[in-house]
Design a protein around this ligand. Structure first.
Ligand SMILES: Cc1cc2nc3c(=O)[nH]c(=O)nc-3n(C[C@H](O)[C@H](O)[C@H](O)COP(=O)(O)OP(=O)(O)OC[C@H]3O[C@@H](n4cnc5c(N)ncnc54)[C@H](O)[C@@H]3O)c2cc1C
Length: 362
């Protein structure tokens, strides 16, 4: 059955979801304010299966990996561009403890497909392996800027994109459908990233956004076919340019890049590479992270004409394709929504009763 959807937000989440809905034969309109400042525009786009801090595997790594490794190459063919770059990820250990962890885990069955041997010698010129280096076998990066540009062209060519700041006050519920300005749809799905905090229907969701900053630096003589990391990553963009990052800030005054964090990234880059470098640009974005580190997907508890596809945190590249497919299937009655990703896990009633309680006290 074909339905009509409005998707709000053309970041990684909204773009891939809109594309999946179109593939199912639905009518889709995408509304995006084209601020150019979304998280996906700043993201390094790296994917790998580890949480380095704890040397643990990320949630659902197996299914997410299997899915993304076929999804992006197929999408490249459809959109006509090269944005998927599988490449090794070299983890230069910052301490002996990190290396011991690596050695310990790499022999375990579930880690074997992902963790390579640890080495004393650096496979890369210009990086000193103080505590050795290990490499991640299945990893790489997606050029999210190029991907979003190609999606934008795809939507514009099909006359599906409206460049506008979505105004939540103009939503009208009409006999099981939802109207917005001149549009009438079966559902509006919100994928505004951090912008969901301004959405009166979904601002009860537990978004614990984190600001992040990245640099683009020119480094001559550094390897260009692998991502290197020690306290900071350097991702090869080509032509001796590297994306360097990223920071995690849980409290911040504004969404712009700051000189303090620029200096912090430069200091860390100087600790990673023994080569001179020049900073070319500096950007900041806000990740739509969630307290329990799981996506926020589903329909509004009182208005099923409204849905949400958000909460990709720092793993949008891995999560968005798999969950866009799962969500679009579920919307037509196929399969199930992952219980850990479903917004049903958030207690809507409790949020509003607390709000009411607070208002009464004031
Ligand atoms: C510094 C940094 C580094 C990162 N590195 C990585 C990485 O290496 N790997 C990885 O997987 N992830 C990374 N991420 C996280 C990644 O960016 C996110 O997981 C993902 O891009 C989120 O996509 P999104 O579409 O949900 O949100 P966004 O990209 O923020 O997109 C939301 C879109 O909605 C639009 N919008 C919002 N409100 C409205 C409105 N009212 N009306 C119309 N449009 C609206 C915005 O303009 C934007 O285009 C990084 C993030 C940052 C900040």
């Amino acid at each position: 059955m074909s339905n009509s959807y409005i998707v709000v937000g053309q970041g990684l989440a909204g773009s891939i979801l809109a594309y999946e809905l179109l593939r199912q034969g639905h009518t889709v309109t995408v509304i995006d304010k084209d601020s150019g400042a979304g998280s996906s525009r700043v993201a390094a786009g790296i994917y790998h299966p580890l949480v380095f801090k704890r040397t643990t595997l990320t949630w659902k790594y197996e299914v997410l990996f299997d899915f993304l490794e076929t999804y992006y190459p197929e999408l490249e063919k459809e959109l006509g561009g090269k944005f998927y770059h599988p490449m090794p990820y070299l983890r230069y250990f910052a301490s002996q403890g990190e290396r011991d962890n690596w050695v310990n885990f790499k022999e375990q069955d579930e880690y074997k497909p992902f963790l390579g041997d640890d080495m004393d010698e650096s496979p890369v010129e210009g990086v000193t392996p103080t505590f050795g280096v290990g490499y991640v076998k299945r990893s790489g990066w997606v050029d999210t800027n190029l991907l979003l540009d190609l999606f934008r062209i795809y939507f514009i060519e099909r006359e599906l994109l409206i460049e506008d700041n979505f105004d939540y006050n103009l939503i009208e519920f009409r006999e099981g459908k939802v109207a917005y300005k001149h549009l009438l749809a079966d559902k509006i799905i919100f994928a505004e990233g951090y912008g969901v905090t301004q959405n009166p229907y979904f601002n009860y969701l537990p978004l614990k956004a984190t600001k992040g900053q990245v640099l683009t630096a020119e480094v001559n003589g550094l390897v260009e076919d692998g991502i290197i990391n020690r306290k900071v990553f350097a991702l090869p963009l080509g032509s001796n340019q590297f994306k360097v990052g990223s920071t995690y800030e849980w409290q911040w005054e504004h969404n712009e890049p700051t000189p303090e964090l620029k200096l912090d990234l430069e200091t860390k880059l100087a600790g990673l590479v023994d080569l001179p470098f020049k900073t070319l640009s500096h950007e900041a974005g806000v990740r739509p992270s969630v307290t329990d580190r799981r996506p926020l997907i589903g329909l509004h508890p009182q208005h099923p004409q409204l849905g949400v596809f958000n909460g990709m945190g720092s793993k949008g590249v891995m999560m968005a394709p798999y969950f866009a497919k799962q969500f679009s299937d579920w919307l037509i009655g196929l399969g199930e929504l992952d219980k850990e990703a479903d917004i049903k896990r958030v207690n809507y009633e409790l949020y509003f009763s607390k709000l009411l309680f607070q208002t009464r006290k004031e």
